[in-house]
Design a protein around this ligand. Structure first.
Ligand code: NDP
Ligand SMILES: O=C(O)C1=N[C@H](C(=O)O)C[C@H](O)C1
Length: 248
């Protein structure tokens, strides 16, 4: 049994995950921490792994607190790009045996969407990412969109792809989206969405769209459980669910 604490336990993802952990094989929920609680409660509960679903402004320091005490972390909070991952590697290098798993999206469909987008990206002249979320989300673009754009950019660099064609010379209000490693990323916020993303690829005479929709937070739970079952045996820093799902 792995003793698990949830950070952000009263939030949308934290509360859904707590129920999934209680029902999962090999996991025992020993603490739920939210605003006003001391992190010390994690150590007092002798948690071996912490699931982080707090907001992006506090998650990094909380993950560091856990790692420095030899407690594994599975980080679901968005905003852990290359820079923060490098900092996690530094922290983990000083604490042998401890693991940090950063997961931009726990949904199996979203993991496959990101992978398929990276495979397709070098075959098309154009590629852009559109992410769609509920309006209570505090960060944009989404962590999933950033990760997708990073994977697309890496695949295109490795393939020696040309820069994306774009004749735009005037865009005072940013209508062409944010650029993540040169890939345009557009963020929509509307009631009715949980989390959706479309990767649009274009070549002369054809458009190829890869779309994923999470219509319920249930979609993230098999990934959350698999990540927590996996982390105790996998020290170091890992990004994405691909290794957990043995996709490589
Ligand atoms: N990786 C994935 O698959 C997914 C990732 N996410 C990401 O997870 C994060 C959380 O999303 P979501 O659950 O929707 O957000 P919520 O706002 O519903 O949950 C965050 C929770 O953390 C609490 N919190 C804030 N600050 C602290 C603190 N210092 N200590 C303890 N608890 C704190 C919040 O309390 P309060 O409300 O009082 O501030 C809230 O209860 C986001 O970054 C989101 O992008 C979301 C879905 C899937
Ligand atoms: O805030 C959310 O809801 C989500 N956040 C993650 C992200 O930023 O990519 C994952 C998923 O898109 C839902």
């Amino acid at each position: 049994m792995t003793r698990v604490a949830v950070l952000g336990a009263k939030g949308r993802m934290g509360s859904t995950s707590a129920a999934a952990i209680e029902a999962a094989d090999g996991l025992e929920l020993v603490a739920g921490i939210d605003v006003g609680d001391e992190l010390e409660a994690i150590a007092e509960a002798q948690a071996e792994a912490v699931l982080v679903f707090t907001t992006p402004d506090v998650a990094f320091d909380q993950a560091r607190w856990c790692l420095e005490r030899g407690i594994h972390v599975v980080i679901g909070t968005s905003g852990f790009g290359d820079e923060k991952v490098a900092q996690l590697r530094e922290i983990v290098s000083g604490h042998e045996g401890v693991g940090a798993l950063v997961v931009p999206n726990f949904s199996i469909g979203a993991v496959l969407m990101m992978r398929f987008a990276a495979v397709a990206a070098p075959f098309f002249e154009s590629v852009e990412v559109i992410e769609m979320h509920h309006p209570d989300k505090v960060d944009a673009p989404s962590g999933t969109a950033v990760r997708t754009a990073e994977l697309i950019a890496e695949a295109r660099r490795e393939a020696g792809s040309a820069a994306l064609p774009d004749a735009t010379t005037t865009d005072p209000d940013g209508a062409r989206g944010a650029k993540v490693e040169g890939i345009p990323v557009h963020a929509l916020r509307a009631r009715g969405f949980i989390a959706s993303q479309e990767v649009v690829l274009g070549d002369p005479g054809e458009i190829f769209s890869i779309r994923h929709d999470s219509s319920s937070r249930e979609s993230f739970m098999p990934g959350v459980v698999a990540a927590l079952q996996w982390i105790p045996e996998h020290p170091g820093v890992t990004v994405g669910l691909d290794e957990v799902l043995e996709l490589d």
